[in-house]
Design a protein around this ligand. Sequence first.
Ligand code: AMP
Length: 601
Amino acid sequence: MASSTHNPDRPDAASDRYPVIHKGPVPGRVEPNLQDYDATRAGFTWQAIRAELNGLPNNQGINIAYEAVDRHLAKGRGDKIALRWLGKTGDCREFSFDDLYRQTNRVANLLQTLGIQKGDRVFVLCTRIPALYIAALGTLKHRAVFCPLFSAFGPEPIAERVNAGDGRVLVTTRRLYEKKIAPFRDSMPKLEFVLLVDEAGEEVDIPGTLDLLALMGEASDAYTIGPTDPEDMALLHFTSGTTGKPKGAIHVHQAVLMHYMTGKYALDLHEDDIFWCTADPGWVTGTSYGIISPLLHGVTMLVDEPDFDGPRWYSILQEQKVTVWYTAPTAIRMLMKLGTDLAKQYTHPSLRFVASVGEPLNPEAVVWGQQALGLPIHDNWWQTETGGIMIANLPALDIRPGSMGRPLPGVTACIVRRLEGGGIEEVDAPGEEGELVLKPGWPSMFRGYLHNEERYDRCFVDGWYLTEDLAMRDADGYFWFVGRADDVIKSAGHLIGPFEVESALIEHPAVAEAGVIGVPEPTLGQMVKAFVSLNPGYAPSEALKRELLGHARKRLGAAVAPKEIAFEEKLPKTRSGKIMRRLLKARETGETLRDTSTLED
Ligand code: AMP
């Protein structure tokens, strides 16, 4: 097992400084969906969850978009506001379930007209505008595969993913197209259709593209969803590993059971909620919980177009009367930096439940929630591959600040160590570190990495799914995050593969070799830092550093590019010639490397 990050908040260290926050009924608030953790786990079946959803009419299977949208019309909730969109210039647009029904039907019909078939991949590269949400759901209705891309990706990560996913359609905005797609269109030979939306609502007339809104206007607003097998591919989420290209994790329509169950138990969604998930749908959280799960529960979901803005966020919580808020540690730390005084200028009496995901949530942030928002923050854990929340500080449980919580009903988690000759064995002692593994069988488990069966097979040992996260379990069954077992970087909650960054850097003529790591940073969690050695004829200088930073940013985009670059005469390597990122990291953080036996010299 590779490096681990020391977690100063492990149970032994944290429990004195951050005592348990006891669950308790909040006067005047709705009863939580999950009342008794042990009893619900013991009696839990996926069949019972399935029975809470509809399925397509005439036993035609189950389709995520039908459950999220159409089902509510059949229940007479068509007029209810499903999506309230807050634009960056102050405008607000509302879409009822009926509006979503018709608009997503139009998208499905348009895809049909273009000859898009079941299983074809539709990529969406948009800022948080209504068209993104409508395109996602219309794609699912048509049984094509929704593949989100983060709008802050640069041209290289975009083309890489579109090609790896055999994208036939790309939905994007005029601005993103002109900057990130048009100059590189030739590098995406399988891309047949680009559907454009103009940010200002103008018509689009750019050669080689189609005007999405105009074509939707011509399409019928009636559409019958075809038979959808629960195992039909629905979503393709790209994620990064230590080596190689990004991997496309396949999720199927059956995942909807998990989206629903976790919305009910981990986020405690009730039909009258105003729910705000701040994650961007370019990442898995923003799809599972920023689109699907809230709609399944028939709540009103908020979408805020601009990026983080502390005062704006507080005023949204207040004015929109948000009841359930799902956000991320980096955002919480940014709010903490702005001070409790700012928080106190706002009130949010409607707010009932706050949860967070994506990276370790410092225990002080949990406690800060109590001071600033009047509520503790419930950390939860999951991954792109798991498709939904797996471990959580649930409403029915006391919160242990610094812990990820306990497994959801229907989820079995365990801590193991890997054995020398292959295989794994369970770690018995509470508090002992090992790798977090999960028993396959939950509906949103990824079904493969697209075109990479061998890598998928390597995720499983002895019937367990290996998460590559190091963790421990305390005596009461709470899981505590320790670090990653591999070299991937989590910056502002976004998973970044070092290989992708290194590859872009060595494309620059000055760079001979590059090693990229995440270094601890108080707000972002980790910051991407690159170490480079130079080719003959190049010498380290501030000007070259700036040039390399600019080069990386132009290719990779702000979300992925390194924030710092350091020059090295020679990068540390293993005897087999692989750059030892672990050593770079240990040097940077002052930690001692446990195992240097494979170091070159
Ligand atoms: P992603 O696949 O991009 O969603 O990233 C998943 C990874 O994020 C996990 O494997 C963890 O390393 C990290 N992560 C997610 N949630 C948490 C959490 N609550 N605490 C610590 N790490 C987390």
